[in-house]
Design a protein around this ligand. Structure first.
Ligand code: SAM
Ligand code: MG
Length: 214
């Protein structure tokens, strides 16, 4: 049977990246997606905005919604301080299996916990199952109709504290109008837009950074 795109992406990483070197994993994936096959990673251009938000925050407890092949997981995890933890959620078992290998190749498996399952099922279990009090940083990049309900769910489950930063990808393309309307108008958030382009294209897209004010 034919291979899948995530399998071909993993093969490109195996061929071109250096084990234990996260930057080489990132570069191998970006090269594959620019020159062979487009894939839904945050990509290099928006990725550098993600990098600066993570570096400025220096978060210890991080949640990522939507792992896919682990590209953004590797981007975030490589910048975390020692002892920090990144929990990433992925409900597609085939993608999760690829991501595990990409994360291991980058040498970051000690900081990353990949959890297989749906965000709406796992968010309410973060406290009891992982001993999480609150997250310092949340990266939202799963299906777009889940950004708003999962944000409200994180609020209800007490996973956000004063100062928690939410960073949402693809707020223009494909777009998340209900989520933007919420974080931009709620008095519980201070929100701003970072203009950029859809991964590996020239189409406008961007990231929305929203600080929870409690
Ligand atoms: N963050 C990744 C990156 O930039 O490298 C890309 C993630 S991709 C855009 C979105 C992923 O979220 C898909 O792999 C999809 O299977 C997963 N997903 C979508 N809805 C989900 C949900 N409710 N719970 C868990 N995973 C979900
Ligand atoms: Mg995205």
């Amino acid at each position: 049977t034919r291979s899948t795109r995530p399998q071909r992406l993993l093969n490109a990483v195996r061929k071109h990246a250096t084990r234990g070197d996260p930057q080489s994993v990132i570069s191998a994936i970006d090269h594959f997606c620019r020159h062979s096959e487009w894939a839904m990673n945050i990509g290099d251009e928006k990725g550098s905005i993600l990098d600066s938000v993570v570096s400025e925050l220096n978060p210890e407890k991080v949640l990522e919604l939507g792992t896919y092949c682990g590209y953004s997981t590797v981007r975030i995890a490589r910048l975390l301080p020692p002892g920090a933890r990144l929990i990433t959620l992925e409900f597609n078992a085939d993608y999760a299996a690829i991501a595990r290998q990409v994360i291991a190749l980058a040498g970051l498996e000690d900081r990353v916990q990949l959890v297989e399952g749906a965000s709406e099922d796992w968010i309410p279990r973060m406290k009891e199952h992982f001993g999480i009090e609150t997250f310092d940083f949340v990266f939202l990049d799963h299906w777009k109709d889940r950004y708003l309900p999962d944000t409200k769910l994180m609020e209800d489950c007490g996973l956000l504290r004063k100062g928690t930063v939410l960073l949402a990808d693809n707020v223009i393309c494909p777009g998340v109008p209900d989520y933007l309307q919420y974080v931009r108008n709620s008095l519980s958030y201070k929100s701003c837009y970072f203009k950029s382009h859809l991964e590996y294209t020239k189409a406008e897209d961007g990231l929305e950074k929203s600080v929870f004010l409690g």
